[in-house]
Design a protein around this ligand. Structure first.
Ligand SMILES: [Zn+2]
Ligand SMILES: [Zn+2]
Length: 265
């Protein structure tokens, strides 16, 4: 059986779990160790099943609990060299054997899983998304995307289940009085975050290439709402001729609680 869920998703913290009969992996650990373990308990997931912690990039909403969880569970952490350099100050000392360096574009294997890290356009040192190949199935995690680049497209098309960014509504962001211009430009830029409209465009391509489950995530707290994200992608999928529920399922990952638990095999 293959299951997937997010524990947290959004600018305040991210973590997701992919489980197979042979073990589980945690993708990002952007809340405190205590919060991550409590969320796993709420999802009835056993931390003892975790075989690895995969990090996408060093921003604090992805690495806050990395050190604590790795030390507590004696868990190897996988990250690119650039991400390691960016996050080492915040993780604290880790066992040397739990420090695994990966390279974008080079797959590695864990149990029955092939894991393919791919470069993403984002303002971090060496950020990646992940595509997971399991016997007969595949899953992709693609958030923190300035845009849906060709590299990302090549990496995620064909996946059956995709966690896809739908970060903000550009109008809400532009008119948000709490955000300085530089921050707005950063988020809207090619190394920032994927808007609802851009996410919807990516969702259509994914649905046309075999995706059966789309989970929208990494929503901005101030510049988006779950309804806006959902409706933008729903409308784009329906316009493209996909029927929600029949051809593809569409959900929004909750910010502070466990998402739907997907079972894909
Ligand atoms: Zn980021
Ligand atoms: Zn992020």
């Amino acid at each position: 059986m293959i299951t997937f869920c997010t524990l947290f998703s959004g600018s305040s913290g991210n973590a997701a779990v992919l489980c197979t009969d042979e073990g589980a992996v945690l993708i990002d650990c952007g809340m405190s160790g205590k919060q991550i373990l409590a969320a796993m308990a709420a999802a009835r997931l056993n931390p003892g099943d975790l075989k690895a912690l995969l990090v996408t990039h060093e921003h604090s909403d992805h690495v806050k609990g990395v050190g604590v969880i790795s030390r507590k569970l004696d868990l190897p952490v996988y990250a690119t060299e650039g991400t390691w350099q960016g996050m080492e100050a915040s993780t604290g000392p880790l066992k040397e054997e739990n420090r695994v360096v990966i390279t974008p574009g080079e797959s590695f294997f864990l149990q029955n899983m092939e894991i393919a890290p791919f470069s993403i356009p984002h303002d971090a040192a060496e950020p990646v998304g992940y595509r997971f190949y399991l016997p007969g199935h595949s899953v992709a995690v693609a958030t923190d995307l300035g845009y849906f680049s060709q590299t990302v497209r090549d990496a995620v098309l064909g996946a059956e289940l995709v966690l896809l960014e739908s970060n903000h509504d550009p109008e809400l962001l532009r008119h948000n009085p709490n955000y300085p211009a530089a921050l707005k430009n950063r988020i809207l830029g090619k190394k920032g975050h994927l808007s609802n409209e851009s996410g919807a465009g990516a969702a259509v391509e994914l649905a046309q290439n075999g995706a059966r489950h789309l989970l929208l995530g990494h929503l901005s707290r101030e510049n988006n709402t779950p309804d806006m994200a959902y409706q933008t992608t729903r409308d784009a999928l329906e316009t493209a001729g996909a029927e929600i529920g029949r051809d593809v399922t569409l959900r929004v990952a909750a910010r502070d609680s466990v998402s739907a638990l997907y079972t894909i095999a």
